[in-house]
Design a protein around this ligand. Sequence first.
Ligand SMILES: NC(=O)C1=CN([C@@H]2O[C@H](COP(=O)(O)OP(=O)(O)OC[C@H]3O[C@@H](n4cnc5c(N)ncnc54)[C@H](OP(=O)(O)O)[C@@H]3O)[C@@H](O)[C@H]2O)[C@H](O)CC1
Ligand SMILES: [K+]
Length: 497
Amino acid sequence: MIPLLTAAQISQVDNYTIAHEPITSIALMERASEAFVVAFTCDYPDKAKNITVYCGTGNNGGDGLAIARLLKNNFYTNVSVKIARFSQKSTPEFEHNFVQLKSVGIDFFVINADDEIPFDDSEIIIDALLGSGLNRPLSGDYAKLVEYLNNLHTTVVAVDVPTGFYTDGQIPGNLLVLKARQVITFQQAKINFLLPESAPFMDDFKVVDIGLDKPFIASLNSPYQLIEESDVRQMLKPRKPFSHKGTYGHALIIAGQPQTMGAALLCSSACAHTGAGLTTVCIPQSGLVALNTSMPEIMAIIRNDLPDIKWEKYNTIAIGPGLGTDASSIELLRAVFKEYKRPVVIDADALNMIADNKDLLLNIPAGSVITPHMKEFDRLFGQHTSWWQRIETVISKAKQYNICILLKNRYTIIGTPEGKIYFNPTGNPAMASGGMGDVLTGVITSLLAQGYAAREACIIGAYIHGKAGDELSNQLSVVLAGQVAKHIPATLAKMRA
Ligand SMILES: NC(=O)C1=CN([C@@H]2O[C@H](COP(=O)(O)OP(=O)(O)OC[C@H]3O[C@@H](n4cnc5c(N)ncnc54)[C@H](OP(=O)(O)O)[C@@H]3O)[C@@H](O)[C@H]2O)[C@H](O)CC1
Ligand SMILES: [K+]
């Protein structure tokens, strides 16, 4: 896991590293700037391009000055610097690098407060105006400059953070940010890069290691963690010799209506493909032929008004995909909560029914998983005006109901009753199509049936679901849910190798 820190914590780690490595802050700035330049050179190899580095007078600006110098040393022949001296304040690291810049003879131009903004015809802009030190929205001269630069539509590469962007906490509406084509960020992704509000301000970000003290970072015990492949590999249990279908659990999936049978089929297919020993799906009679034709491995219980289910047979139950919200579905959901005391997976229409009958929240068995998308989440827990707010709700509700909440997103957010938030990095836009959530529910259900706890089932499930989609998208520009379900065994084989 990569612990994700707030700007205040990053500055704490910065100071700790300087004191304990030990390294001077100027040398740390040099190391950060070198790391930036290595990444930049890789993505922008044309050394004749006209590049302007815009620098503030804090440490982000100090980085910018060092980067300009290092680019020149790397034979970028057309680099110049514009310094926004909008305040009298500057850091010693900035001033040190200003002296260094002058000594290597790079063209620079100082823009003072209230000055007219100088004409810019550069092909690449490096944004080193403000970084993680931002503490208020842009206004005045900064706002004027950023608006001018945004209107140029030049390729912008931001140093650490796009100027004006909040790295953590609630992002104010109508925020003015210098829009970056790419952000080359230091040490770790900033938490807000993982939230949809970052999308208008950056196409992409890349993390470069600047050697901050990792044990100290770990000691801060951040609640926010980014999942890595190695975590999932460690969590995955091997399929043992002499094991049999009974070893890997029996999952029951209650899903589907005549018009939404696909949800039931996709969910149960994903469950079987993720390795549950047995999968039974509880569907209306009209789905039986489709099920037996497409997946003879899966057993069926015909769903009458209230089917006769031997609850104790199942290691877990999933309820919701394509289920509808009519009276008999609510009755069935209530029956699950009454009869079944082990962890379950609750998705789609089951979430909508709970949203309409909030008393049911208290009946969810401890250790269960709910898998809402944003709209389902807001229906359950009230309207939110930002994703940061949603994260706070995930933390409090996961604790309150003793469940894991998996909130679907580009970086799916998993909250646990212990107050941790895990971000899943896998998945891609080729997967943005119907049925994908049903498949994820099937994957997580399968993992619960196999004996994984809710936290592990969510982490492994979200990761391999996205990774299967990533692998398929290497060849395909659109990936369908059924393809992801069928590809899970190949992804699991790679992960277990
Ligand atoms: N650990 C690391 O990752 C390292 C990061 N480095 C770089 O340092 C910056 C952070 O530098 P810092 O000096 O803390 O802050 P900034 O350069 O971002 O900002 C400077 C000052 O600007 C003022 N400020 C804040 N918001 C605004 C605003 N909206 N408008 C105008 N001015 C603003 C604020 O000062 P005030 O006194 O005016 O409040 C800031 O202090 C980080 O992003 C990295 O690029 C190191 O180089 C290496 C290690
Ligand atoms: K910046």
